[in-house]
Design a protein around this ligand. Sequence first.
Ligand SMILES: Cc1cc2nc3c(=O)[nH]c(=O)nc-3n(C[C@H](O)[C@H](O)[C@H](O)COP(=O)(O)OP(=O)(O)OC[C@H]3O[C@@H](n4cnc5c(N)ncnc54)[C@H](O)[C@@H]3O)c2cc1C
Length: 394
Amino acid sequence: MRTQVAIIGAGPSGLLLGALLHKAGIDAVILERQSAEYVLGRIRAGILEQVAVDLLDEVGAGSRMHQEGLVHGGIELLFDGKRHRIDLNHLTGGKNVMVYGQTEVTRDLIEARRALGLPTVYEARNVAVHGFDTTHPSVTYEKDGKTHEIQCDFIAGCDGFHGVCRASVPRGAITEYEKVYPFGWLGLLSDTPPVADELIYINSPRGFGLCSQRSKTRSRYYLQVPLTDKVEQWSDEAFWAELRLRLDEEGREKLVTGPSLEKSIAPLRSFVTEPLRFGRMFLAGDAGHIVPPTGAKGLNLAATDVKYLSQALIEYYVEKSQAGIDGYSQRCLARIWKAERFSWWFTSLMHRFPDDGGINAKFQSAELDYVLRSEAAARTVAENYVGLPLDFND
Ligand SMILES: Cc1cc2nc3c(=O)[nH]c(=O)nc-3n(C[C@H](O)[C@H](O)[C@H](O)COP(=O)(O)OP(=O)(O)OC[C@H]3O[C@@H](n4cnc5c(N)ncnc54)[C@H](O)[C@@H]3O)c2cc1C
């Protein structure tokens, strides 16, 4: 089999890249090691920047998002027992974020792809990438007991943090920057109305908390927990009790609890791979970088990576120019590092760090107070939270 671009991974980055390339008349096959049901069962991101919203519209997969998604013009920061609103809309001259779950984004992209009859191979086992340092790369995989080969012009590694593409690059050709945080996020999804209209980021002496949501009837809450905690240790009752302790009086009164639909612990990590291009293979999304979820940037960065990659590939096929491909890594990394910085900063501001003798909490208080008293500081938070424009670094 032959295609122009072999895409590894059918998460948001692989599916969106497939859609952008199809729109430009470029063939692609997507290989995914899991089933579609498994991919749709993963509960992850929930906040889309305008750039991601625009990209879903661009590929014709945005209509349900506009019907069911919730536009938020602000977020609340809760510390020292008081809530403070960051007015994203006012501070950024009219920009907002969209609350729409990654599961729904993925479902819409899968359905759009199915409707167009575009090829996705689910449950493709032992995917391996070959010859990406030559002009004839290929991909092999196993399915139904047979080995298959796809010859292609390019390989797009959209296969997440644990994927095969980054792992196939010779160690001497890649630099990895990493920071692992000394805590994780325990997340709980429930069919209960959100405790507030907007997201509440909590810095309490007991640790960070986040009151997020997926719709007006579905809530997603997170608690900072030690890395040693196991999800089995946390009954639903224990989760709700701890969240109550981290909330303010109003939150405690309004919190509606219910059985969890899903509960999991995610470690927090800042991670960037440089470069993102290796001959004829590109890394995009979580395959190339990870952010702690505090800044809600992971899915959004995945979307902008593949926008840049699609532009580079379109330039290659349509304008017969290598320039976009040659500049892909640098263009993405300029954006990625800014989102990494913001995510690290916001994580550092809102979490309690073990064994710091209390000085970190003092720094945090001073910084939060500064953010609330200085419009310039609040604007910096808002500008980064809603996402920098696509051409910010061009
Ligand atoms: C708890 C949590 C909360 C988050 N909250 C937010 C948020 O609010 N906002 C935000 O923007 N981001 C958030 N993120 C991050 C976001 O979920 C990721 O950045 C996003 O999923 C990246 O998409 P991706 O397609 O690059 O990678 P993935 O979603 O990981 O998809 C990669 C795909 O590749 C497949 N794959 C892997 N290896 C292989 C292989 N060898 N062969 C074939 N297929 C393979 C995987 O099965 C997977 O389907 C959150 C993440 C977590 C864990």
